[in-house]
Design a protein around this ligand. Structure first.
Ligand SMILES: NC(=O)c1ccc[n+]([C@@H]2O[C@H](COP(=O)([O-])OP(=O)(O)OC[C@H]3O[C@@H](n4cnc5c(N)ncnc54)[C@H](O)[C@@H]3O)[C@@H](O)[C@H]2O)c1
Length: 368
């Protein structure tokens, strides 16, 4: 089968794991070239991974006839423009999360892709990993009965201690819900199905943040987005989900991520990762027991969603981390902001169907 060719737009912090996995793990794709506003970053990647070319700018990548998919690894507020231009040049796009930073952006991109007969897919793809795919299999098999509710708490004190350019996390389009919410919400909808309505409250605890990571250590950043967001979601199934995400609070580990069923409770793995552990509580045992992982991809497999997209384009099946999912997730994420501002419940309008379960492939790095 022909390998689909991918061009990187953005070679910043997250690009390394994509470069590793697309050159070493996934066999349905190959890298056509890379591009960054900071040419040194693209040149370093070309040298380290022995890549065919560096594009001078994103338009050169969009105009390369050998490129099938544009990989958008820019910052969230840049996603819309890069994805829009790539679609206008006739390319499929796989974007880092989120799809855009407002629902208007998301709606416009989905409309454009449909008009052009192109696909957008996007991160996170951790829900395709061994951990969350095994949870899905166990929940669908009835191991906790009918899902009643879920709780997801993402607690940390922000990214300014480690990210080299952390200011964007505190600007519109950043914040803990748009940044970390995608992992939790994608996991929840892929397990429980669509959300029909939501309500939320949010606040900004600190107006300034001090960067302590290099190279900007000592710089203060103005905070222009809320950093403590608590939301309640009603799923179409009737289950009720509670989520809060914050950059304001100290917590040493992954906090709560649980699904409650009529016959048991499941503690899910951290949805920022691909592996386990999964724990289940059933009344017969009266304690939590660990469940085995049933699928491939336990280690950091970023790029899995892109490889799945490439295989789907070849075979004509639906993309797992597809446009309907990233659009529905964006509506939930931005819906929390909207509900917190306006007060009251917000009814959601985007459709959502859970993607196909992963299949165990004969060969690692090859998707069905
Ligand atoms: N850093 C992480 O740990 C992490 C983890 C998961 C997901 N993400 C997501 O990945 C995306 C990128 O994050 P990051 O941390 O790598 O950011 P970053 O700032 O480190 O990298 C972004 C890169 O994009 C480049 N860029 C922007 N516009 C461009 C354009 N028009 N043409 C060419 N290059 C362009 C920038 O020069 C920069 O090098 C974000 O959506 C983020 O949410 C990041």
């Amino acid at each position: 089968m022909k390998k689909l060719r991918v061009a990187f737009i953005g070679v910043g912090s997250i690009s390394g794991i994509y470069l590793d996995n697309l050159t070493q793990v996934f066999r349905d794709v190959e890298i056509a070239g890379v591009c960054d506003l900071i040419p040194e970053r693209a040149n370093n990647a070309k040298e380290k991974y022995n890549l065919p070319r560096v594009y001078e700018n994103m338009f050169e990548a969009f105009e390369d006839p050998s490129v099938d998919i544009i990989l958008n690894l820019t910052r969230p507020h840049q996603h819309f423009e890069v994805t829009r231009l790539a679609l206008e040049h006739g390319k499929h796009v796989y974007t880092e999360k989120p799809l855009g930073i407002t629902m208007e952006e998301g709606d416009a991109l989905v409309k454009l892709a449909k008009e052009r007969g192109l696909l957008i897919a996007g991160a996170p793809d951790t829900f395709l990993g061994a951990g969350l795919q095994s949870c899905r299999k166990y929940i669908d098999a009835g191991m906790i009965g009918d899902p009643v509710g879920a709780a997801a708490f993402m607690i940390c004190r922000g990214h300014e201690t480690w990210h080299p350019d952390p200011d964007f996390y505190y600007q519109p389009g950043g914040g803990p819900m748009l940044d970390m919410g995608p992992y939790y919400i994608t996991a929840l909808v892929s397990l429980l199905g669509p959300v029909s309505r939501l309500v939320s409250a949010s606040k900004r605890t600190f107006n300034k943040r001090l960067i302590t990571s290099q190279p900007h250590a000592g710089t203060e950043v103005d905070v222009n987005t809320d950093t403590y967001i608590a939301g309640t979601m009603q799923f179409a199934s009737g289950a009720i989900g509670t989520i809060f995400t914050t950059f304001d609070v100290y917590y040493p580990t992954q906090a709560r991520f649980e699904i409650y069923g009529s016959e048991g409770t499941m503690i899910l793995p951290d949805p920022n990762y691909f592996g386990g552990p999964i724990q289940i509580f059933r009344p017969e045992t009266g304690k939590f027991d660990e469940l085995p992982l049933l699928f491939d991809y336990q280690e950091n497999s970023r790029g899995l969603g892109l490889a799945d997209m490439a295989a789907a384009i070849q075979s004509g099946r639906d993309v797992r981390a597809g446009m309907e999912q990233i659009h529905h997730v964006l509506e939930i994420l931005t819906g929390f902001e909207q509900s917190a501002r306006a007060g009251g419940w917000l009814d959601l309008k985007t459709p959502y169907h859970r993607p196909q379960q992963m299949q165990k492939a004969a060969l690692k790095g090859v998707l069905d």
